[in-house]
Write a protein that binds this ligand. Structure first.
Ligand code: TRP
Length: 458
């Protein structure tokens, strides 16, 4: 992709609208939809949380996504370049651009570790089935603490770089076209298996019948934060992909598809996990271990469970891989554009940096579990720095950029360009929600992150 210069005319484009949608969906669908969604839905009591989550997706996450789409489509460059170009005289608008590059880098310090666990558990399911199922909790702790988790982290990173060598169309777009349908297929198989277990209906009820007594304010704000995380907002991913988009792309239609598919994967994961959890009498509020501890235990109790376990962790790894591809693409595009670095050099540099920076993350579950940064392990510190501080700030700055610099009307117009249906409902709810609902909601997420509501409500 040496033609990928500032010159936007020559910029590589997605080959089709479908390609663009698939790539964006494969960045959005990740550990968040399967591992994180199921465990926080479990912790927050199921149905009512799900309902609130869906409202957050529609009224907070979607307007921010549209704002980012309009910035990327107009700027036609990576986040830093786009902000610079759209606000040449107001240099401070480069801040959200810089944060957009920083956040994926920091996420990539711990995300590959969890991806590495998923990859590792594909192998553990094959070769150490007895160990991971007889005492899943101890087995998982031992696995995460062992030096081999570093090897799996590095393997995950190297595979990601391997796909990116191919460039945007050949690498990312092609891999998404193959991997996303496989992911859906595997997920459907798991849902069928889970739903046909005796007693599984309780799990379906847990997921879909709201019980508002179980919903706390903390749960509402968790839902808000997760809608952000799940759709990969506040990280320049959307800006970057919009910059690679063809002129004729029907964005309202694409946005609707992306949001629907991302939510569908979360719902399907819920349908794969909760019916099994209830059928087997496991506590749905198990927490972050739900996927790695509970599921092997659950799989062990069903016929051909080992095969389903391999399938599940493979699925989780594929979802993680496609997300890592877009996460790594951000700093890559930056080095290529701003420093005119060759793709190979830039990739080697980024991968080496991330492997080294990732080692303490992997070791946070073993030898370095006592090394605390403000009371958090290195792993948790990286996670919190992004999710509590950087992401919401970037998201907020994007909405402010639209409100005060680009103009809401202009932003909406850019979004609607090429849309067949000019009366799209998305276009209708955008102006109000980007101006009022989204910024206020983000401020709430941040206050929640800083623990303010714990002080007031607990
Ligand atoms: N959305 C991803 C998930 O559900 C996580 C994520 C957050 C992400 N921001 C991102 C992935 C940016 C790719 C790019 O797991």
């Amino acid at each position: 992709m040496r033609e990928n210069k500032q010159d936007s005319e020559k910029r590589e484009n997605f080959t089709s609208q479908l390609g663009f949608i698939l790539v964006t969906v494969s960045s959005a669908v990740g550990l968040g939809n399967i591992w994180r969604f199921s465990y926080i839905t479990g912790v927050n009591g199921g149905g009512a949380f799900l309902l609130i989550y869906m409202l957050c997706v529609l009224f907070v996450a979607m307007p921010i996504m549209i704002a980012e789409f309009s910035i990327g489509r107009k700027g036609k460059l990576s986040p830093v370049g786009s902000f610079k170009k759209l606000a040449p005289d107001k240099r401070y608008w480069i801040i959200p651009g810089i944060l957009s590059i920083l956040s994926p880098l920091i996420i990539m310090i711990y995300y590959p570790v969890v991806s590495g666990w998923a990859l590792g558990y594909v192998f553990e399911s094959v070769f150490n089935w007895g160990t991971i199922t007889s005492d899943p909790s101890t087995a998982f702790s031992a696995f995460a603490a062992a030096p081999k988790s570093i090897l799996f982290t590095a393997a995950a990173l190297i595979m990601t770089a391997g796909v990116l060598i191919g460039g945007v169309t050949k690498g990312i777009e092609k891999s998404s076209k193959i991997l996303m349908p496989i992911l859906f297929l595997l997920l459907l198989i798991l849902v069928l298996r889970s739903l046909t277990l005796p007693g599984s209906f309780e799990g379906v009820k847990f997921l879909f019948v709201p019980d508002f007594a179980k919903l706390t304010l903390r749960g509402v704000l968790d839902a808000l934060g997760h809608s952000f995380y799940s759709l990969s907002l506040g990280m320049g991913i959307i800006i970057t992909y919009a910059s690679y988009m063809k002129k004729e792309t029907d964005l309202p239609k694409a946005t609707a598809s992306i949001i629907t598919l991302d939510t569908a994967v979360a719902l399907l994961s819920g349908l794969a996990i909760f019916p099994a959890v209830f059928a087997l009498g496991i506590n749905p509020a198990e927490g972050a271990g739900l996927a790695f501890v509970t599921l092997p235990g659950a799989f062990a109790q069903i016929p051909a469970g080992q095969i389903f376990s391999v399938t599940f962790f493979l699925l989780l790894f594929i979802a993680a891989l496609t997300s890592m591809i877009s996460l790594m693409q951000i700093p890559l595009a930056f080095l290529e554009e701003e420093y005119k670095m060759k793709k190979k050099t830039a990739l080697m540099l980024i991968t080496a940096f991330l492997i080294i920076a990732g080692i303490p993350s992997a070791l946070s579950f073993g030898p370095l579990s006592d090394m605390l940064i403000f009371g958090n392990t290195y792993f948790d510190a990286a996670d919190k720095l992004v999710n509590i501080i950087l992401l919401p700030i970037t998201g907020l700055l994007c909405t402010l950029f639209v409100i005060f610099h680009l103009g809401i009307k202009n932003s909406k117009q850019i979004f609607m360009e090429g849309a067949k249906n000019q009366n799209s409902i998305l276009g209708k709810i955008y102006p109000f929600s980007v101006k009022y609902i989204a910024p206020i909601a983000i401020v709430l997420i941040m206050l929640n992150g800083f623990g303010l509501f714990n002080l007031i409500f607990n």
